[in-house]
Design a protein around this ligand. Structure first.
Ligand SMILES: Nc1ncnc2c1ncn2[C@@H]1O[C@H](COP(=O)(O)OP(=O)(O)O)[C@@H](O)[C@H]1O
Ligand SMILES: [Mg+2]
Length: 395
């Protein structure tokens, strides 16, 4: 099974492009599901479905055509189903510690429950082998970042907190239930949590395996949007996800001659150049601004035609390695850069804001640094087996 994750700033065109990709995949014969993880769903709207019809089957995938289903995950319902019992208990415990009700309710919400629910579905579909490709239409960038960091957080909780809590409660229940102001949770409560985690088992491996999961970043040719896309690129790479495509949506078509748009064209050209430079060697695709909103299957098919050639397979595995990685060795930070080409010429290293810029011959690569390394300066670079290692030191 393949998972294609569409991420990007709000309004850039994630839903439209995810839907268009779903159409292309199903046309090629893949059993495809486009699943919306964005609480502000618009997938059904993109296909111009009558909402009544769609909502009648909400929370189950809805068949659009042969091989293509869409699914808007009903987060509220999911939260109720999986979390009510757990959070009710946590709230009651927190209250006894003197924390106000409001605070207790806030604290009891594990971050990323929405993402968690979506991941449970993905895992379920994988086990049941229902689909060949799942296209995830994600919430705007910040939330989809939570989505990918969730498994790590949970693992930590399960390893460190859960066994301790459960053991402790087993030991004290006989007396505590008589004296404690709150009823201690039944063992059932823990069984529930464990069941929940079982459902998520393996999802982290699934997400970080480039042969299964690929991230497609959607952006617009505008500076502000690009900045967010760059941050997302760094973040996904840091979490070991493979970004194997960038789609620049809403590029002004050449047919637009009106003087009014001259400035737009010039600034778009500049940003487009910057995008190509920044993301290389990740493939960058451009999609023109259409004459109208892209709504309904036919328009989405036009969008698919602008995005892919007739036989192009969006599920093809284009990259299996992260373009760069960050590491800490013997207390020193380093950036490792994979150079798939034969590198010739001197290596130039410098900083630009919180980016590390590496120049080799005529090639230039901008690497957004994680916060922990943003203040460091490049000290030296060594090239071995097509991997350039840059040592970072205090400036
Ligand atoms: N290339 C395009 N040309 C014209 N309109 C577009 C294009 N791509 C998306 N749109 C429209 O822009 C709006 C936002 O797109 P959408 O896919 O919902 O963005 P997101 O999911 O990122 O918030 C929708 O009305 C959609 O039809
Ligand atoms: Mg959307």
């Amino acid at each position: 099974m393949r998972i294609l994750l569409f991420s990007g700033k709000g309004g850039v065109g994630k839903t439209s492009l995810a839907a268009a990709t779903g159409l292309q995949l199903s046309r090629l014969g893949y059993r495809t599901l486009v699943m919306s993880v964005d609480p502000a769903h618009s997938l059904a709207d993109a296909f111009d479905l009558q909402t009544g019809l769609f909502q009648g089957v909400a929370n189950d995938p809805y068949l659009i055509s042969e091989n293509l289903s869409i699914h808007e995950v009903n987060i509220q319902k999911e939260i109720k189903r999986h979390w009510r019992e757990i959070s009710a208990y946590v709230i009651s415990v927190l209250r006894t510690t003197g924390i106000s009700d409001v605070e207790a309710e806030e604290l009891a919400i594990l971050p990323g429950m929405e993402e968690l629910s979506a991941m449970m579905y993905v895992n379920q579909f994988r086990r049941e082998e229902t689909y060949d490709v799942i296209v995830l239409d994600c919430a705007p960038t910040a939330e989809s970042m939570r989505f990918v960091s969730m498994p790590t957080t949970l693992e930590w909780y399960m390893k460190h907190i859960f066994p301790f809590q459960r053991g402790l409660i087993k030991a004290v229940r006989p007396i505590a239930n008589r004296v404690s102001p709150v009823q201690l949770p039944s063992d059932n409560y823990f069984a529930n949590i464990q069941d929940l985690f079982k459902r998520l088992d393996g999802i982290d491996v699934l997400l970080s395996n480039a042969k299964t999961t690929s991230v497609r970043l959607v952006t617009n040719p505008e500076r502000m949007v690009l900045r967010e896309t760059q941050r997302a690129f760094v973040y996904f790479s840091l979490h070991g996800l493979s970004v194997d495509g960038v789609i620049v949506n809403r590029v002004l078509p050449l047919a637009v001659k009106d003087a009014w748009f001259e400035h737009w064209r010039a600034s778009q050209a500049k940003v487009l150049k910057e995008i190509d430079e920044y993301f290389a060697p990740v493939a960058v695709k451009r999609v023109p601004l259409f004459t109208d909103e892209v709504v309904g299957k036919e328009r989405l098919q036009d969008l698919a035609a602008a995005l892919y050639t007739a036989r192009e397979d969006p599920a093809a595995i284009r990259r299996t390695e992260a373009p760069f990685t960050f590491a800490k060795r013997n207390g020193h930070y380093e950036v490792r850069l994979r150079l798939p080409f034969a590198a010739k010429g001197d290596v130039g290293l410098f900083k630009k804001g919180d980016e590390l810029v590496v120049e080799i011959g005529t090639l230039r690569r901008h690497i957004g640094l994680p916060t922990s390394m943003a203040s460091l300066m490049p000290a030296r670079a060594t090239l071995q087996h097509k991997i350039l290692t840059v040592d970072m030191k205090e400036g």
